[in-house]
Design a protein around this ligand. Structure first.
Ligand code: NI
Length: 167
């Protein structure tokens, strides 16, 4: 396994729309293992392949306290969504920035597991937020895009300044 570099907002590659995964093979399993290691190391609760510059519809999530419930979603799609929740979100691609985003409280998500098996699950609360946040990434959307244009501009400036300092 190896750690993968995470793209930082406003990197234009975060805007790419990821392609459907048509074959789940050894490379897919290696990528998922690397993504999981990268997410745990960061540390974060979710990571989309887009964030490591691989534009395939793959997401890893672990919202458990003990960090021992890795969930892998290949080709995830949202079905039914219900209710509203507003929570503070952050993102490994936008380090140090947290803001409130409105999301559905409950979602149904269909996806394939690492064996290619079709699955459907219902999620609520934090897991539901995380699923929506990560599927956004696959569609080229960062949580910052849900904020006001003024906030987006401020965050962009801050990130670009940080990039200059750390480069
Ligand atoms: Ni994110």
């Amino acid at each position: 396994m190896s750690l993968l570099p995470i793209l930082r907002f406003p990197d234009p590659r975060l805007k790419k729309v990821a392609a459907f995964v048509t074959r789940i093979d050894e490379d897919t399993r290696k990528l998922v293992a690397d993504m999981a290691e990268t997410m745990y190391e960061a540390p974060g609760i979710g990571l989309a392949a887009t964030q490591v510059d691989v534009h395939k519809r793959i997401v890893v999530i672990d919202v458990s306290e003990e960090k021992n419930e890795l969930r892998v979603f290949i080709n995830p799609t949202l079905g039914r969504s219900e209710g509203v929740q507003i929570g503070e979100e952050g993102c490994l691609s936008v380090p140090g920035i947290f803001d409130k985003v409105e999301r559905a409280e409950r979602v149904t998500v269909s996806y394939q597991d690492l064996d290619g098996k079709e699955r459907t699950m219902e999620a609520e609360g934090l897991l539901a937020v995380c699923i929506q946040h990560e599927i956004d990434h696959l569609n080229g959307t960062v949580f910052v895009d849900h904020l006001s244009l003024l906030k987006q501009a401020r965050i962009k400036n801050k990130m670009l300044k940080q990039a200059r300092v750390t480069a």
